[in-house]
Design a protein around this ligand. Sequence first.
Ligand SMILES: [Zn+2]
Length: 188
Amino acid sequence: MVDAYHFAPMSEHPLPKMIEPFKLVTKGAIVRGSFELCSLLRLKGELSNEESTENNFAEVELAFERDKLGYASASGFVKARVGMVCQRCLGVVPSPLDAAVNWVFIKDKSSFEDAPKTYDVIIVEDEAVSLFDLIEEELLLALPPIPMHEEGECRAPDHQPQSKGFAESSEVKRSPFELLAGIKKKNG
Ligand SMILES: [Zn+2]
């Protein structure tokens, strides 16, 4: 019998947009592949527009199985290398994203509370869920909160006023007396 997904035992790309997790668990399927990040619009909104296309792929590997407690689960990883906007110089910061996946699928909301807390619980109302949406969620959570270049790689000038708060500049460290002296000199 040929099924719709051809996942068993392993699938190479392209990744399907929709998956039926309970069927995959029954088969013990491993889903592996890559896909273009441009289809993830929420994620795209967080990234630099200058990013070159070569880094715009996500790599995914997920093992579907029934865990020891009998839950339908999927575990593995989602990896991508994206370009974000440096908060100091507004240039592109290459940011590797590496998210560990630990999902458990349940059929109705009422059992949500009972599901083990070591998982991210995903409610599957119909048989199918969007794999892309789930992956996008993982990648969004893996984004650095304040992307910045390493010191020395940033092209922001050292004493830019708007870098205050992020970068230590000598302006900030200067003592109030020195500043006062400067003002006095100007006036006199
Ligand atoms: Zn920078």
